[in-house]
Write a protein of this length. Structure first.
Length: 153
C-alpha cells in the first residue's frame, strides 16, 4: 500500500515538473516568435492588404468586362489572399486558446498538494497565465485571431 502511494506521488510530481517545464518552453517560444515575426509583419501585412485590394479591384473590372480567363486568375489570387489571411489569424487564435487553457488546467490540478517550491512556481505560472498570451502585431494595432479575421474595425 505504501509503495502504491509513493508511486502515485512520484507520478504526480513528474507531471507537475513536466507542466512547469512545458509552460516555460511555451512562453519562451511565444516570446521568440513575437520578436522574430514583428519585423516580417511590419512589411507583410500592409503589402498583403494592398495586394488584396488591387486584386479585388481587378476582379471587379474583369467581371464588368466579362473577361473570363483574367477573371478566373484574379479570383484565384483573391482566394489565396483570403486563405493566407485566415491561416495566420488561425495561428494567432491557436496561441490564444492554448494560453486560456493553461490557466484552466493549472487550476484543475492539485497544485496545492505539491511541495512549497512547486506551489510557488504554480502561483507564478497562474499569475502569468491570467493574462492571455497573444501574437500582437504592431504593438497593439492588430491582434491575429478569428474574431479579427471576421470583423473589420
Amino acid at each position: 500500500m505504501k509503495s502504491l502511494i509513493s508511486s502515485e506521488k512520484l507520478n504526480s510530481d513528474k507531471s507537475i515538473v513536466e507542466a512547469i517545464d512545458s509552460h516555460l518552453k511555451a512562453t519562451k517560444f511565444v516570446d521568440s516568435l513575437k520578436s522574430t515575426l514583428a519585423g516580417l509583419h511590419l512589411f507583410a501585412l500592409p503589402l498583403g492588404v494592398i495586394s488584396l485590394s488591387v486584386n479585388l479591384y481587378r476582379l471587379c473590372v474583369y467581371i464588368v468586362t466579362e473577361n473570363i480567363g483574367a477573371m478566373s486568375i484574379s479570383l484565384l489570387y483573391v482566394v489565396c489572399h483570403f486563405g493566407y489571411l485566415f491561416f495566420f489569424n488561425y495561428l494567432g487564435q491557436q496561441v490564444i486558446n492554448y494560453s486560456d487553457n493553461v490557466f484552466k488546467k493549472i487550476c484543475s490540478t492539485r497544485w496545492y498538494a505539491a511541495p512549497l517550491n512547486t506551489q510557488k512556481y504554480f502561483m507564478m505560472i497562474m499569475h502569468r497565465s491570467m493574462k492571455t498570451s497573444t501574437l500582437m502585431v504592431y504593438v497593439g494595432l492588430f491582434l491575429p485571431s478569428l474574431e479579427g479575421f471576421a470583423s473589420v474595425k
